[in-house]
Design a protein. Structure first.
Ligand SMILES: Cc1cc2nc3c(=O)[nH]c(=O)nc-3n(C[C@H](O)[C@H](O)[C@H](O)COP(=O)(O)O)c2cc1C
Length: 396
């Protein structure tokens, strides 16, 4: 990557994205809900965990490779699905290319801006993510389309409670991008000339539509139309999850599990993986950081299914902390979105390199040969750090 666009940490990628993107696009990436307690805790909780490095004993080479849902990946970091618009004209295709270049998998949101066919073509290690939207027939049709496109796993995300208010205000996202909207929004766009030029080159404004909500061959519905349908869909039951798992038939993740009782029910429903996650703090504010809930969930089901974690990962050392506390791998959200906003595909590659380098240096300091050798003893966990959710208090 050109020296002037390279960044050394995710925090710098965030600053660059803030400078480069229009205000509404940048604040859509910040996301979060209500007071932002969970968004903050997701990040800050990692700062409460520590390491005790050796002075001698580092190994010459470290192995970061692992597998997630049957896919070989060269580092234990997967792209988490995010439904965002207008960050970069290449959107999730750029993200998929970056993940492929760095040997890892991508979760593609059903609210993403690029069709699953294009994303799989850029990275065959694509897991398609579904929200519970529409009846079983509609959900099955979207899963069929993803499978026909070559998606190698399904992620079902159910932890969304339609909490919309934010103390710092929500971005103004237009219903659609017509001429009137473009004129109204042009002052915002014109203060971001590099972003504006990137889109101008494509001769098309951001579409603000969700192509993966369409059955194959149909036009992509506008974002807010799909969102409205989602709000109107009755929430799924455990039977629905078991049905979709059976219908899909391949690797299947339930994303957003925070409680031990839910993790056990997910095992009963036949899932192959869960992600301990609070939707990056976009669900109910006040939910503890995902990393605080991880140890109890991993302890309960980690020997039966793959347990991943997402929420608050900003550096390689965070990944090591999550692995030591029982995650097989992590997924990242905002970190790569900021990379995408800062420098497109190269920015996402840069973020994955930051993760790789950070994991590698912690393994070196701890004298570990591989990510598979990490155990809870490798991190310093202060008293009262963990939260065991979904277990009666008497049995903690
Ligand atoms: C802007 C934004 C959009 C998101 N959209 C989706 C989505 O469409 N589907 C989904 O499963 N999760 C979605 N998520 C949640 C992420 O997949 C992931 O759980 C979260 O970003 C992890 O936290 P982090 O951003 O601190 O890494 C979104 C998150 C953000 C920040």
């Amino acid at each position: 990557m050109a020296r002037d666009t390279w960044f050394e940490t995710v925090a710098i990628a965030q600053q660059r994205a803030k400078k480069r993107l229009p205000k509404s696009a940048y604040s859509a990436l910040l996301a979060g809900s209500e007071k932002g307690l969970t968004v903050s805790d997701n990040v800050e909780a990692f700062g409460e965990l520590g390491f005790a490095p050796h002075v001698i004993g580092a190994l010459e080479k470290r192995d970061l490779a692992t597998t997630v849902m049957g896919q070989d990946i060269s580092l234990p970091v997967v792209i988490s699905p995010t439904g965002v618009q207008a960050v970069h004209p290449d959107g999730e295709v750029a993200v998929a290319r970056a993940a492929a270049a760095r040997g890892t998998a991508i979760g593609l949101s059903s609210f993403a801006s690029k069709p699953v066919e294009e994303v799989v073509a850029a990275n065959p290690k694509t897991f398609f993510q579904i929200y519970w939207l529409g009846d079983r027939a509609a959900i099955a049709a979207r899963a069929d389309r993803a499978k026909a496109a070559g998606a190698v796993g399904l992620i079902v995300t159910t932890d969304w409670s339609f909490s919309h208010g934010r103390d710092w205000g929500s971005p103004k996202i237009p219903e659609k991008m017509d001429l009137r909207t473009m004129v109204t929004m042009s002052p915002e766009a014109l203060t971001r000339p590099r972003w504006f030029l990137e889109w101008a080159k494509t001769l098309r404004p951001p579409a603000l539509s969700v192509p993966n909500q369409a059955i194959r061959g149909e036009g992509a519905p506008p974002f807010f139309e799909a969102y409205g349908q989602w709000m109107g869909t009755p929430p799924p039951t455990w039977e629905d999850i078991a049905w979709l798992r059976e219908y899909w038939g391949g690797p299947f993740m339930l994303k957003g599990v925070m409680r031990v009782d839910d993790a056990k029910r997910a095992v009963d429903a036949g899932v192959s993986a869960i992600s301990v996650s609070n939707h990056g703090g976009n669900n109910i504010d006040g939910t503890p950081a995902a990393i605080r809930a991880l140890p109890a969930v991993a302890e309960a089901v980690g020997d039966q299914i793959e347990v991943l974690l997402d929420g608050g990962i900003r550096r390689g050392s965070d990944v090591v902390k999550a692995l030591a506390l029982g995650a097989r791998a992590v997924m990242i959200g905002r970190a790569y979105l900021w990379g995408l906003g800062a420098a497109g595909q190269a920015g996402v590659e840069n973020v994955l390199d930051i993760m790789y380098g950070g994991i590698d240096s912690v393994l070196r300091g701890l004298g570990k040969a591989s990510v598979h050798d990490l155990t809870p003893e490798d991190v310093l966990v202060p008293d009262g750090f963990t939260r065991t959710l979904g277990v009666p208090p008497s049995s903690h």
